[in-house]
Design a protein around this ligand. Structure first.
Ligand code: FES
Ligand code: FES
Length: 164
C-alpha cells in the first residue's frame, strides 16, 4: 500500500507492506538510523519517535498508521538544521548519555513532555520518562538535562508572550 505523510517537516510517500513496523520503515527505507531497536516489545523506549507530536514505540507501531500524519525522528529535531534543539544541547552539557543508544528516544519523549507543558516539576519529568530506560547513565544527568532545557524553553516562552 502507498502512504503519504510528513517526515521531519517534509512531505513523503512510500510503498509499504501492511505488516511493516514504523521502525523497520524508518530505519531500512528512510535510512533514519537514529531510531534505535532494543527490546522490540514496547518496553524500553529506545525506538521512540513522535507521531503528530506524541511519543510512540516505533517497534510495535504499524507503519501504515502514519498515513496523513507528522512523524519526527531525532534527525529532524535540530532547527534550523545545524542548530541543536535545547534538549540536544542540554544532553551534551550534562553528559546525559554514555553509549547513547537510549538517547534519541529519551530526547524525543522529553520534547513531547516539554511541548505539552514547559513548566514541569522533577516529579513530573520522572513519571513521564519512566517508559524510557537507560542502562548506562543512572538517570541523574538525564533529569538535569531535561530541567535545563525546560528552563531555556520557559525563557523563550516568556519572551514570545511579551512580544505577542
Ligand atoms: S525497542 Fe521499542 S520499546 Fe524497546
Ligand atoms: S546511554 Fe546507554 S542506554 Fe542510555
Amino acid at each position: 500500500m502507498k502512504i503519504g505523510f510528513e517526515l521531519n517537516g517534509k512531505a513523503a510517500s512510500l510503498e509499504i507492506e501492511p505488516r511493516e513496523t514504523l521502525a523497520e520503515v524508518l530505519r531500512a527505507r528512510c535510512r533514519l538510523t537514529g531510531v534505535k531497536l532494543s527490546c522490540e516489545a514496547q518496553v524500553c523506549g529506545s525506538c521512540t519517535v513522535l507521531v503528530d507530536g506524541l511519543p510512540v514505540s516505533a517497534c510495535t507501531y504499524l507503519a501504515y498508521e502514519i498515513r496523513d500524519k507528522r512523524v519526527t525522528t531525532i534527525e529532524g529535531l535540530a532547527d534550523p538544521p545545524g542548530r541543536l534543539h535545547p534538549l540536544q544541547q542540554a544532553f551534551l552539557d550534562h553528559f546525559a548519555f554514555q553509549c547513547g543508544f537510549c538517547t534519541p528516544g529519551m530526547i524525543l519523549a522529553a520534547k513531547s513532555l516539554l511541548d505539552e507543558n514547559v513548566h514541569v516539576s522533577d516529579e513530573e519529568i520522572i513519571a513521564y520518562m519512566s517508559g524510557n530506560l537507560c542502562r548506562c547513565t543512572g538517570y541523574l544527568g538525564i533529569l538535569k538535562a531535561i530541567r535545563q532545557a525546560s528552563a531555556e524553553m520557559k525563557a523563550t516562552w516568556k519572551e514570545n508572550r511579551s512580544t505577542s
